[in-house]
Write a protein that binds this ligand. Sequence first.
Ligand SMILES: O=C(O)CCC(=O)C(=O)O
Length: 189
Amino acid sequence: MKKEIILREGPSTCWVIRGAFDEVPLAHWTESIPWQQNSIRMYGKTHPEPRLTAWMGPAYRYSSIQWPAVPFMAEMREFVKEVEVHTETARYFNACLFNQYRDGQDSMGWHRDNEPEIDPSCIASVSFGASRDFVIQHRTTKEKWLVHLHHGDLLVMENLQDAYEHALPKRLRVGEPRINLTLRRILSL
Ligand SMILES: O=C(O)CCC(=O)C(=O)O
């Protein structure tokens, strides 16, 4: 399958394989994942996150959310192995953040996934369901890269966290749900 390079600058690379997992239906994840609505604290106020989430992997805390350790179920291990064939990182990923954007009102703001526990050398993200725009921005020059992500696409970020941030903006015309699985390697510090 062909790698489409989105960005390559110094140690940072972002690439996509279109339709790598397009045989997996969205409903598979809607039904098999224990989705929850978390709240985040910002500027002293608590807000519901604009998406549903779930976690598998070692215990992990970000912002005001504490995820308990949940091992990969057998089927998930098979999926992760298939991703690792594309990323050429055998036995690398040990955690997955699941994001469900119920429609175009749901979103994820600018962030870097630069928590010290996250290995920055490779983060893999697989999309299911509605097509959505994914945006990368250089933190100082503000140059932007827009990637249209479709059902089954695999997007990989390698060493992107220092110089770039990324987001999934609202798209009010989108009426259908999208699920994203973001695979990471969590280091025990
Ligand atoms: O939904 C997406 O494609 C973005 C997910 C993301 O940025 C993250 O989980 O850190």
